[in-house]
Design a protein around this ligand. Structure first.
Ligand SMILES: [Zn+2]
Length: 152
């Protein structure tokens, strides 16, 4: 099991009110997700947590770059990634949770929340559907090979 503690926020013992966290994620983070299209990345995650007695509001701001394969030439393509989201958490029993509302129910005895999956999903959703280099910037050798392949 790899260490994912970077994206875990321990809220146990935090006083009510706002708390901010900041962490960086890199290649190791993306390796946690099997079949991840993103192999490399360098992002800053800023989290603002507003804790109340019965709930928490978590605001997440993600900025940085990710690298994946260009859909056209398969070369490395570096894309800026920037997104933000909000997560509402209510303390209670899991069976009280209603999938219809955008609310995460967390047993208060857990004491921490792992944001890894949420962050990963947010980054993936923020990427453009077409992952290709700007016109003329694809790997020329690969394009030549591809063209030959098409002709033959
Ligand atoms: Zn390309």
């Amino acid at each position: 099991m790899k260490n994912v503690s970077d994206c875990i926020i321990r809220f146990k013992g935090l006083s009510n009110g706002e708390h901010s966290f900041r962490f960086e994620i890199g290649d190791a983070f993306f390796q946690l997700f099997e079949g991840s299209e993103i192999e490399h990345g360098n992002l800053i995650i800023e989290v603002l947590l507003d804790k109340q007695s019965s709930c928490m509001q978590i605001t997440i701001n993600i900025t940085g770059t990710v690298a994946l394969d260009c859909d056209r030439c398969l070369d490395n393509l570096i894309l800026p990634a920037s997104t933000n989201g909000e997560l509402a958490v209510r303390f209670g029993k899991e069976e009280d949770s209603n999938p219809a509302d955008d609310l995460l129910v967390l047993d208060p005895s857990e004491g921490e929340i792992d944001l890894s999956q949420y962050i990963y999903d947010s980054i993936c959703v923020s990427l453009p559907l077409q992952r290709i280099h700007p016109e003329g910037q694809c790997n020329p050798e690969m394009m030549k090979k591809l063209q030959n392949f098409m002709v033959n």
